[in-house]
Design a protein. Structure first.
Length: 365
């Protein structure tokens, strides 16, 4: 848009010189129409070859017909590109022709307009460079903002993972402390009360000691239940699976965890054991370069898929002890285990929710 405004400004100034060539009206009209056409084509096509040809031809026409020299600034506006020394030499030659064919005052005005065209063109180029740089900086800023947002999200997820892991570790520690210390003291107290009951013969005292023993036994059962609950709460399936995937450095692994609700304790232990055995099997027997691990929750069952892109000849033999152990674990929960070796090792496990729905089967091929 700025270049169009510059052209209109230069054309207006050049057109103001037309009355000085009123005696040659036909040549003036032809020169004006030619200059407008050439300037429009140069501005639209942006062709260096066309620009050089048109400037040369119009300068030659100015030598033959001095009226063409009135619109030289409009033509040379497109030629004054940065690092184009030929345009300055051509402009000097054109001005020489202008001073030869036009009156001195008119020639000086044309020279001044030529200088103005040079300044306007370089201002336009500088503005265009500034716009390009501004766009580049805006795109870079947007890209950096997106990267920063992504890194921030990854940092938050990592912090949440570490906090969850620390919390689970603290629960396990508390459960061990209660079991090892408080549970031991209660057990010893129950035994001591029992020994005192055997040594005492008074019925009233024996009855009181019996009540005390029952109370201690009830406290012991309560502590056992609490410790059991803490152990179950400290078992976070997602945390354990993510830790296994993070520790797997044999090759890149992609984890897709889509369990909306955690499974029961037995199922969680089973899934963790299968993932451990499957990854260990890949390390020992596979030449894979990529591993995919998916845990998906369906309305009626839990699904585990572990696969790699190793060759068909790799992988633990079908009768391997590790695979039999995985099959036994799945079968104990009423699930199914399927192993394939077509284009790599693929382990497919499905475990029903809410108990053993059917007798399991272990398929291997």
């Amino acid at each position: 848009m700025n270049s169009i405004v510059d052209r209109l400004l230069i054309w207006t100034c050049c057109a103001a010189l037309l009355p000085q060539r009123a005696g040659d009206a036909t040549a003036v009209v032809v020169a004006m129409l030619t200059a407008v056409t050439v300037s429009g084509l140069n501005g639209y096509l942006q062709s260096p070859t066309l620009r050089l040809t048109s400037v040369t031809a119009y300068t030659a026409a100015g030598v033959a017909w001095p009226s063409f020299c009135l619109f030289l600034p409009l033509i040379y506006y497109d030629a004054f590109e940065p690092n184009q020394a030929w345009s300055l030499l051509a402009a000097a030659a054109a001005l020489a022709a202008c001073f030869t064919g036009l009156p001195p005052n008119t020639s000086l005005i044309v020279a001044a307009l030529m200088a103005a065209a040079y300044v306007l063109k370089h201002r336009q180029v500088a503005l265009q460079c500034s716009r390009t740089e501004l766009k580049r900086l805006r795109d870079s800023s947007h890209e950096l903002t997106m990267m920063l947002t992504q890194k921030n999200q990854e940092l938050i997820e990592k912090q949440d993972y570490e906090v969850r892991l620390a919390m689970l570790g603290e629960r396990s520690r508390i459960a061990r402390e209660i079991h090892d210390h408080v549970g031991h003291l209660l057990s010893r107290s129950i035994l001591q009360v029992g020994a005192i009951m055997v040594a005492q013969r008074g019925a009233e005292l024996r009855q009181s000691l019996s009540v005390l023993r029952d109370t201690l036994s009830q406290a012991m059962n309560t502590i056992r239940a609490s410790v059991h609950d803490l152990h179950e709460e400290s078992l976070d399936l997602r945390t354990q699976i993510e830790a296994l995937a993070q520790d797997f450095t044999f090759c890149p692994i992609h984890l897709d965890y889509r369990l909306e609700s955690p499974p029961d304790k037995d199922t969680a232990y089973c899934l963790i054991a299968i993932v451990k055995e499957g990854l260990s099997n890949i390390i020992r027997h596979s030449d894979a370069t990529q591993v995919a691990l998916r845990l998906i929750g369906h309305p009626a069952l839990y699904q585990l898929i572990l696969e790699d892109n190793g060759s068909e000849t790799t992988g633990e033999p079908c009768g391997g002890l590790g695979l039999h152990s995985m099959g036994d674990r799945v079968g104990a929960l009423g699930g199914q285990l399927l192993i394939e070796r077509k284009g790599g090792f693929r382990l497919f496990v499905s475990i029903p929710k809410g108990g053993r729905l059917h007798e399991s089967s272990d398929h291997r091929r």
